[in-house]
Design a protein around this ligand. Structure first.
Ligand SMILES: [Zn+2]
Length: 278
């Protein structure tokens, strides 16, 4: 089975709501439920249900899951070469921002928020510890970030961009590694209708992609919390560690492993033969 989760980053009080409505319409058309990583604060303004009625309605209809996308999506170290809202802050500061952001989203949507997506995909071991202490189920960042040792939290990094999802599924079929998991990330700027220059796909392409996904008998669509719950945090930790190991290998070894998926349920013997961590 190929487990796929789609994560849509950056909806907020001030994001492009017309585009989000069009995306939600396409999701409804094809019966797809995705995880929207929503920003709790736009500047000084805390998100309320009135700011995002389209998201509230879609959530109530079971068409999306809400994840917490940081606090205000502003870098706490603007002078640094890599922006980060959380990484580098101390435990108390990270705790305050994470709890404050989650409270805003829980009030706006009237549900518990199970997952956290750090802005700029930047987090550190303190972020992971705080999320674990606060009872979050998963953390989902970018592919370049490392695994969380011994946390109770499932790490579900991005394994591809939405534009690579078809390729990721085809590749998963060609690799005999047991069950695989794909986390595909989407942003407004991926869509030409956002007005972003060089956007690679149109809403029509997204619609065809979701329709195609639904027609694949070996693909199971998940929200990120459904995906997190398929295995325990330790299994996800090992899957992420395995992918990191693969990335460091010679291309001949890399070529036998999937590039766009995690291997939570990798066939033990196959992995051992290649010398990967089990
Ligand atoms: Zn973002």
């Amino acid at each position: 089975m190929i487990d796929v989760a789609i994560r849509f980053d950056d909806p907020s009080a001030t994001s492009d709501h017309a585009l989000e409505r069009a995306i939600l319409h396409i999701m409804a058309l094809h019966g797809v439920c995705a995880t929207f990583a929503v920003i709790p604060h736009a500047g000084q303004h805390a998100l309320s249900a009135d700011d995002v009625p389209h998201l509230v309605e879609a959530r109530q209809s079971g068409r999306l899951e809400i994840a917490q996308h940081g606090f205000s999506h502003e870098s706490s170290r603007p002078a640094a070469s890599r922006p980060a809202e959380f990484a580098g802050l101390d435990h108390a500061a990270q705790t305050d921002r994470i709890i404050a952001g989650r409270t805003v989203l829980e009030r706006a949507f009237g549900v518990a928020i199970p997952g956290f997506v750090p802005p700029f995909n930047a987090f550190d071991h303190v972020t992971a510890a705080v999320l674990s202490e606060q009872g979050f189920l998963y953390l989902s960042a970018g592919s370049e970030y490392g695994s969380l040792e011994c946390a109770r939290l499932a790490e579900l990094p991005r394994t591809c961009h939405i534009t690579e999802l078809r390729r990721a599924v085809s590749e998963a079929r060609r690799r005999p590694h047991g069950d695989l998991a794909i986390v595909a990330v989407m942003h407004h700027y991926n869509l030409q209708e956002s007005g972003a220059p060089n956007a690679p796909i149109r809403l029509q392409d997204l619609s065809e992609l979701l329709q195609w996904l639904r027609q694949q008998p070996d693909v199971r669509l998940n929200t990120l919390s459904q995906l997190a719950a398929r295995y325990n945090a330790r299994t996800w930790y090992k899957a992420v560690r395995r992918n990191r190991w693969v990335k460091q290998q010679h291309w001949r070894i890399r070529s036998v492993f999937p590039r766009y998926s995690l291997m939570p349920h990798a066939l033990f013997r196959y992995i051992r033969l290649a010398g990967a961590p089990t």
